[in-house]
Write a protein that binds this ligand. Structure first.
Ligand code: AMP
Length: 191
């Protein structure tokens, strides 16, 4: 039986950083749809050309495209041990993922919701824009990404809470502090 952990929360909450660390310390494979999509854009693949304007506007890539990527990544025989970062982002994606996990006999260990106040998110994203130069990290696009999160993605917290999978993590403080909270939550299991 495989197992999966989902990192959930707004842009700038620290999902990517914490997911990478958990993946390397606990032997998970990290699947970040944002990284995969950016890689397609960088390589100029057909998918990359299709999604480039969407990423640059801060909107969401259509569910069918994202789900095709995830299916491809999870194809192959072995039951995976996987961390999802930035996926799912819509109810349709979450329902499709449930289906896929049950087909592949992968248990969902938990959905880690990283909670960070809006003002701090903005600060972090502006700082990241300066450091990394991501084309979707300018101020109007940052605003749009936060709005899209609130409208399309935040409601998924209720979906996973209802399923008894949601683990709410305080995402403020140092990276080490946040990581320690994540480990505590995972060791305690789903409440
Ligand atoms: P991220 O690095 O997770 O913030 O993702 C960067 C961008 O990629 C997002 O603003 C979306 O345009 C797109 N994206 C990433 N993951 C998804 C997803 N699960 N569903 C739809 N669009 C996505």
């Amino acid at each position: 039986m495989g197992e999966a952990v989902i990192f959930f929360g707004p842009p700038g909450a620290g999902k990517g950083t914490q997911a990478s660390r958990l993946a390397s310390e606990r032997g998970y494979r990290k699947l970040s749809t944002g990284d995969i999509l950016r890689d397609h854009v960088a390589r100029g693949s057909e998918l990359g050309r299709q999604v480039k304007p969407i990423l640059e506007s801060g909107g969401l890539v259509p569910d069918q495209l994202v789900l095709a990527l995830i299916r491809e990544e999870l194809s192959g025989g072995k039951a995976p041990k996987v961390i999802f970062d930035g996926f799912p982002r819509t109810l349709a994606q979450a329902q499709a993922l449930d289906q896929l996990l049950s087909e592949k006999q992968v248990a969902l260990k938990g959905v880690l919701l990283l909670v960070v106040p809006q003002r701090e998110l903005l600060n972090r994203l502006v700082k990241r824009a300066q450091l990394e130069g991501r084309t979707d990290d300018n101020e109007s696009v940052i605003q749009r990404r936060l709005e899209v999160y609130e409208k399309d993605t935040a409601p998924l917290a209720d979906y996973y809470r209802g399923a008894g999978k949601l683990m709410q993590i305080d995402g403020t403080g140092t990276q080490d502090q946040v990581f320690a909270r994540i480990q505590g939550a995972l060791n305690g299991g789903v409440r």
